[in-house]
Design a protein around this ligand. Structure first.
Ligand code: PLP
Length: 497
């Protein structure tokens, strides 16, 4: 059987054609991600067209935290959904005043809760225990916490399911208890959140998920006597990534949602925002990955083009890559005719395969292959440190202008602080109390670090932050003088990426 790449899944409106992509590969090097602003804008319009008018849209940074994309969506009126200090850090400097910022995630630290509350985010609470923790934290914050309860209705749904027996959200009875009995003074439970699954390509299933969340919202309000100002119905808007997959039927979905939203709002007219969250639908098509063929070899009858980026830079997308064919294209092939190939990445593992047994134009060394639908869950979701292969360069393109994507902010300053504090206590093996690790403490004189402990600390810092502290480049005496000099050094190194 002849298997070909599903070229029909290459976005028709991708503005950079073969020649421009080859030019980019020459200019910026490979492996290279390019995110196109024009496609991202069109995707947002496409999503808006599928939704009832006035629906709030939050961009999920987990799909692609590139600051330029976040700024683009925020500038077009989207809220943002973050789930870590690292993602929250990306927001710094963006004007998000009137937009909704949500903080979700099953294991928020106190530092994260503090950042969420002080940052004015709607905190999506995972359990009654977390609501109590939020209240505790809010006692030390300038504002009361705004909270939405994450509901898990016990139904599995979507290619990637977050409902049912998973670690996400709380059951109906727990939410109802909180709504009936919560006497929070510093916590305002203003609504609910539900995200039942994702990668949905079937309009009926998607609408069914959303309608489950809306029905639970109504039921909770009826039974608790409370009024929700916000209901976040989640999303799960899929994009076709592999052979045989079709696009979400937008018109059909809109018809179903108009009915469901209408029914909900008729019963609960006080709800100000009915919102959705979306990552992959907004940015998957906006990305293309360029890889270069490093060698082509034949082993036991199979021909292998081996390219300069594989699982280390795109393996995080999902488990199907390499097993199912995703849209790829050999750009302006130098050879003639066709051949049958298995395309591999550069890692020393047999699983590093991008396409198995595909018929395509003849491949030669130096050729460039474009992998489409590469804007979501690719660059930041992949194990770049595996085998020391590293990450791909990421470029943002907007109508002819190119800029490097801001990749700092993977770990926010506050998270660096927290981790540093923990490491100092750990390396000191009981001789330093966490309370002592405060601003300006001298590591040697006050915290008792001798040379051996300092070496231990360097090793621990390198492993934790993925950095190399080169004694030829870094003035160790200065950097390791106090908690402040060390913190400043680390924050700068982490920001540099
Ligand atoms: C709570 C939550 N919101 C939003 C998303 C974004 O999903 P997608 O990128 O598929 O739109 C996810 C994905 O797992 C999620 O768990």
């Amino acid at each position: 059987m002849v298997r070909k790449f599903p070229e029909e899944l290459i976005p028709e409106d991708f503005p950079l054609g073969e020649e421009r992509l080859l030019e980019c590969a020459r200019r910026f090097g490979t492996p290279l991600y390019i995110y196109d602003a024009g496609v991202a804008r069109r995707r947002l319009n496409a999503l808006k067209e599928m939704l009832p008018e006035g629906t709030g849209i939050s961009y999920s940074l987990k799909a692609n935290p590139a600051k330029e994309l976040v700024a683009l969506f925020a500038g077009l009126g989207c809220g943002v959904e973050v789930s870590s200090l690292g993602e929250f850090d990306v927001l710094s400097g963006l004007n998000l005043e009137d937009q909704m910022s949500l903080w979700v995630g099953p294991a928020k630290s106190d530092t994260e809760l503090m950042a969420a509350v002080n940052g004015g985010c709607l905190v999506v609470a995972e359990s009654a225990r977390e609501v109590a923790r939020i209240e505790n934290v809010a006692n030390h914050c300038c504002f009361a916490a705004r909270v939405a309860l994450r509901i898990n209705p016990g139904i599995r749904s979507g290619a990637l399911s977050m409902a049912g027996s998973t670690q996400f959200g709380m059951e109906f009875t727990e939410a109802l208890y909180l709504l009936r009995h919560g006497k929070e003074s510093r916590v305002d439970i203003c609504g609910i959140h539900g995200f039942l699954g994702t990668r949905l390509l079937d309009a009926n299933k998607l609408a069914e998920n959303i309608s489950i969340v809306l029905d639970i919202a109504t039921k909770l309000q009826v039974e608790s006597g409370r009024r929700f100002s916000i209901v976040d119905v989640g999303g799960g808007f899929g994009v076709p990534l592999y052979e045989g997959e079709g696009r979400l039927a937008g018109k059909e979905l809109k018809g179903l949602l108009v009915e469901d939203f209408g029914r909900y709002l008729d019963a609960n007219p006080w709800t100000k925002v009915v919102g959705v969250e979306s990552g992959r639908f907004l940015c998957s098509e906006a990305g293309v990955l360029l890889v270069k063929v490093v060698s082509v070899k034949e082993v036991h009858g199979t021909r292998f083009p081996i390219v300069d980026g594989g699982q280390n830079i795109i393996g995080g997308r999902d488990g199907y890559l390499g097993r199912k064919l995703t849209p790829m294209k050999l750009l302006s092939p130098s050879g003639r005719g066709e051949g049958r190939y298995t395309i591999c990445g550069p890692l020393c593992t047999p699983t590093d395969r991008l396409a198995v047994d595909v018929t395509m134009g003849n491949v030669t060394e130096g050729d460039i292959i474009a992998i489409y639908q590469a804007g979501a869950y690719c660059a930041t979701a992949s194990p770049g440190r595996f085998l020391g292969r590293g990450f791909a360069r990421e470029i943002y393109h907007d109508e002819g202008s190119f800029e490097d994507v801001f990749t700092g902010g993977g770990m926010g300053d506050e998270l660096v602080d927290e981790k540093l504090k923990n490491l100092i206590v750990e390396v000191a093996r009981g001789s330093v109390d966490p309370e002592e690790v405060v601003e300006g403490k001298k590591l040697r004189e006050e915290l008792g670090f001798d040379s051996v402990a300092l070496v231990d600390l360097i090793v621990a810092l390198e492993a934790t932050f993925g950095i190399y502290v080169d004694p030829l480049e870094v003035d160790l005496t200065k950097v390791f003088d106090s908690t402040t000099t060390l913190r400043e050094f680390l924050q700068e190194r982490v920001r540099r990426g």
